[in-house]
Write a protein that binds this ligand. Structure first.
Ligand SMILES: C[S@@+](CC[C@H](N)C(=O)[O-])C[C@H]1O[C@@H](n2cnc3c(N)ncnc32)[C@H](O)[C@@H]1O
Length: 263
């Protein structure tokens, strides 16, 4: 991957820094240095990243097993990790169809690992920017049937979309395209739970000015679900969203999250 002109190994990138926190190997020295600095500022960083993956897994399980969803659009999917969306969904419903989207060229290099789904289902990967939702929707339509419900996943990515880039507008465009009965799942970084996140976000933004981080409060995250019916327990610290054990429920997590249904 070092030969790709699009990949700059000297600047820490959110996908690769996150990969390091999750114990992955697809990262460079600059990513590891940034990841270590973040841990110094917020010592629960690794636990929080793992809590986010656990939330993803519980949300997809809920959507596949309880809500009957068979199509997933995972925006800002990140590098392949443990319990990726298609693995969780297809373990419950092998016919599930999953489209991953990320704008990091390193994710593209590793996307093959995301595309080894069940023979009954389908998985595909689109390299695109979620700030261009129309393009994503047009490409995703090659795999997903937009006359049937779709779960749209936006986990640990919306803090990388500034207010000026209009995260609510992006969500509106996507949710206006999917039919009633579709779902939206969001996990969003915040400083409400751990104030150290402010310094964490400031330093990460300084290290890679292409990805300024915008932390949002609980009400701002709740507002992103406007027009949708929020599923119990609402917008909560992600570790408190339908935890499967006490360990889940008490895990550190610097994100608000929730799941909602389009009426
Ligand atoms: C912190 S990771 C989260 C990965 C995954 N959603 C999870 O929760 O485990 C954020 C991901 O969003 C991607 N990303 C950031 N900005 C993006 C954008 N504008 N369009 C598409 N992907 C983006 C990054 O490349 C990175 O892989």
């Amino acid at each position: 991957m070092a030969g790709s002109p699009e990949i700059n190994p000297t600047v820490p990138h959110p996908a690769r820094v996150y990969d390091y926190w999750l114990g992955g190997k697809d990262n460079y020295e600059a990513d590891r240095r940034a990841a270590a600095e973040a841990i110094e500022i917020f010592p629960k960083t690794v636990q929080s990243a793992r809590s986010c993956r656990a939330f993803l897994s519980r949300a997809v399980s809920y959507l596949a097993a309880e809500a009957g969803i068979r199509q997933f659009l995972d925006l800002g999917s990140g590098l392949p990790s443990v319990r990726n969306t298609h693995e969780v969904a297809q373990s419950i419903a092998p016919e599930s169809r999953v489209v991953y989207v990320d704008n990091d060229p390193v994710v593209l290099v590793h996307a093959r690992a995301l595309l080894t789904g069940s023979p009954e289902g389908a998985t595909s990967y689109i390299q695109a920017d979620i700030r261009n939702p129309d393009l994503i929707l047009a490409k995703a339509a090659e795999t997903l049937d937009f006359s049937q419900p779709v779960a749209v996943m936006l986990l640990a990515v919306l803090h990388l979309i500034t207010d000026a880039q209009d995260p609510a507008g992006i969500i509106r465009t996507v949710m206006n395209t999917v039919p009633p009965g579709s779902y939206l799942a969001i996990g969003h970084h915040t400083a409400d739970i751990y104030p150290e996140l402010r310094e964490f976000a400031r330093r990460m933004s300084e290290l890679n000015p292409d990805f300024p981080a915008t932390l949002r409060g609980r009400q701002q995250v709740a507002d992103l679900f406007t027009g949708l019916d929020i599923v119990t327990p609402g917008v909560v610290q992600i570790s408190r969203w339908r935890p499967e054990s006490d360990l889940d429920a008490h895990a550190a997590a610097a994100l608000w999250g929730g799941v909602a249904r389009k009426p």
